[in-house]
Write a protein that binds this ligand. Structure first.
Ligand SMILES: Cc1cc2nc3c(=O)[nH]c(=O)nc-3n(C[C@H](O)[C@H](O)[C@H](O)COP(=O)(O)OP(=O)(O)OC[C@H]3O[C@@H](n4cnc5c(N)ncnc54)[C@H](O)[C@@H]3O)c2cc1C
Length: 306
């Protein structure tokens, strides 16, 4: 068996840097992903303030220990063999949401749903689209999350990182992508510029979008939302349905019959089941329509190339 990268010595050092109660070992990632699958992270560290984030990131970088920033795990598939590295999750101070006039300053660990609710409370319009996206502000910025005609790029002014703020024009925001996919930096927060609006129409809009989701999406099952990116001029769900894949399964991983764009976990799926199903769907859709679907879901750990 290969030697483990994350040794007891590394765990002890992480405990000194982040506080013992903020370091979990052999933590099942099924508890931290909305797919509810995935193996163990050798170390799972909650960074609750700037200083512990700085100390932990400097340590793992200088020692060349593999690390990964997890948000709410709502777009994440971790392999069954887990991750022999350090998962860093922001918490505490990074969950703060402040309102300054028409601006919202949110920590990266704040829920984007909660941020949208705070905006609504203050009569600020522009974040309604995000009110059903179960991610963190950090994950939403990283992915340039969007729905129903809105996306983070429409409202963000800047994102903060431990090395300073990055202005919108340098965030390289495009469909489900940002500069963070390339630069690997930690997002610690974001500033959103909204518009003064009418409280009741904001709430109405949010209610309408919630009902649309409930009607169209299999929210009763664990998933990571849309499994694939929308291909140019088409819809992944439509292509998957037309390829006859509605309800197709590998183990307990299944193409939702309610919305073919979602791979769902019907109970006891493994990450391997999900991954094999993703590959099967990709291949069958390519065969049927000639379109190559690209996963939107971020994969972490070892997956056999299929
Ligand atoms: C039911 C359901 C519905 C969904 N609907 C939508 C939708 O309508 N629109 C949409 O765009 N998405 C949707 N999603 C997908 C998902 O919620 C979004 O992509 C979300 O933005 C991911 O945020 P997260 O915090 O969960 O990130 P994670 O899944 O934890 O991570 C995603 C990526 O972001 C990176 N990341 C996270 N936080 C940070 C940080 N602080 N610094 C640097 N990198 C970071 C991670 O390293 C990873 O690469 C849906 C998911 C589900 C389960």
């Amino acid at each position: 068996m290969a030697e483990r990268i994350v040794t007891g010595e590394i765990i002890e050092r992480l405990k000194q840097l982040a506080g013992a109660s903020n370091v979990l070992t052999d933590e099942s990632m099924s508890l931290h992903t909305t797919f509810r699958v995935g193996g163990k992270a050798a170390a799972f560290v909650m960074a609750r303030d700037e200083s512990s984030l700085k100390a932990v990131s400097e340590y793992v970088s200088s020692e060349k220990i593999p690390f990964f920033l997890a948000g709410n795990g709502s777009n994440l598939l971790v392999s069954d063999s887990g991750y022999d590295g350090v998962i860093i999750k922001l918490a505490g101070d990074f969950e703060e949401i402040k309102v300054e006039g028409t601006r919202i300053i949110a920590g990266a660990a704040a829920s984007i749903i909660k941020t949208a609710a705070v905006a609504a409370e203050h009569g600020l319009t522009g974040l309604e689209f995000a009110s059903g996206i179960p991610g963190s502000v950090g994950g939403a910025v990283f992915m340039n999350a969007g729905a129903y005609g809105g996306e983070i790029a429409d409202i963000i002014i800047e994102a903060s990182t431990p090395d300073g703020a990055i202005k919108k024009q340098d965030l390289e925001l495009s469909y489900r992508s940002s500069v963070f996919k390339k630069n690997g930096r930690v997002i610690t927060g974001a500033v959103f510029e909204l518009q003064q609006g009418d409280n009741s129409s904001i709430r109405e809009k949010m209610e309408e979008l919630k009902n649309k989701r409930l009607e169209k999406q299999p929210l009763e099952y664990p998933s990571a939302g849309s499994t694939f990116k929308r291909p140019e001029g088409n819809f992944a769900g439509k292509l998957i349905m037309e390829a006859g894949l509605s309800g197709v399964n590998v183990g307990d991983a299944c193409v939702s019959e309610k919305h073919c764009g979602f791979v769902i976990n019907k109970g006891n799926a493994t990450a391997d089941d999900v991954y094999k199903l993703i590959c099967l769907v990709r291949d069958k859709v390519k065969e049927h329509s000639g379109v190559t679907l690209e996963p939107e879901v971020i994969m972490l750990g070892d997956f056999e190339k299929l």
